[in-house]
Write a protein that binds this ligand. Sequence first.
Ligand SMILES: [Zn+2]
Length: 311
Amino acid sequence: MSDALYVPKPMLYAANPLDRTGNWRHSEDEIAAKLADPRSRFLPVWRLQPLLAGDEVKTPAWIDRAEIESLLPDAITVSLGLEGDIAHFAIDVSDLEEVTAKARFEARGTFGDLWSMHSQISMADSAILATARAMTDWHRRHGFCAVCGHPTALHQAGFMRRCTNDACKSQHFPRTDPVVIMLISKGDKCLLGRHDRFPPGWYSTLAGFIEPGETIEDAVRREVMEETAIEVGAVTYKFSQPWPFPSSLMIGCVGEAVSDAITIDLHELSEAKWFDRADVLAALQGQPDAVLRVPPHFAVAHHLIAYWATH
Ligand SMILES: [Zn+2]
């Protein structure tokens, strides 16, 4: 079996070059100093769309502090990390009307949808932009305390919100929703499924949200049983990928089936099948006569399929 097909490489949204070490975020003085530092860089985000520079290749359009100073007192401003000692922030400018937002930044870039432009963005930049999108989305959704309903306020450079009700003071932290995504195999074949919304011939790995009280392994076994009635034995974690739509973490696993009769849940899938390794390799190689198509390289599903097919 060829190992050449599977070369681990940075995954979309998963190769963040910034130093996210957050100890400095616990000091309001240090945060204020970073926000005031003229060397700090700010990325405007308007209604979940980051400001992007460039035409064919898009890069984050970092703005100097002086250009957004008038927005700073009220705008949600979130640390994205450090490069050396230079702080990078996302600043949510969603309160600006569309015409105003576009006009204000048109000399620096245009606001663009992260998902539709992913092929024009480097892996490293995609990870920074994914963080900016996930964090600004979380702040937009958590303006009020889930415990008592009072407004919350931003702390720790955006990595905590605290209830402003003195009788409550609950702390709220950015959420990440864990999703298991799994390549299930039995001998020399693997289990892939499809939804009606997929392009013709396209099959992918099964996936589902982890529920409270479950381990990763439990969730893999439950989801596969629910969707296909296949029983899974050993489960091994392989790769993960942030998926900021709005806040998932895809936890990629491989699992060994101990049964092979498929009964699909039509609420979850439109089809599930066992595929031979040779057919999966043909799909990964993009052979025109391949009996299936698999997700492209930017998805963790592709990495799981390629990993299994080449080991
Ligand atoms: Zn509260």
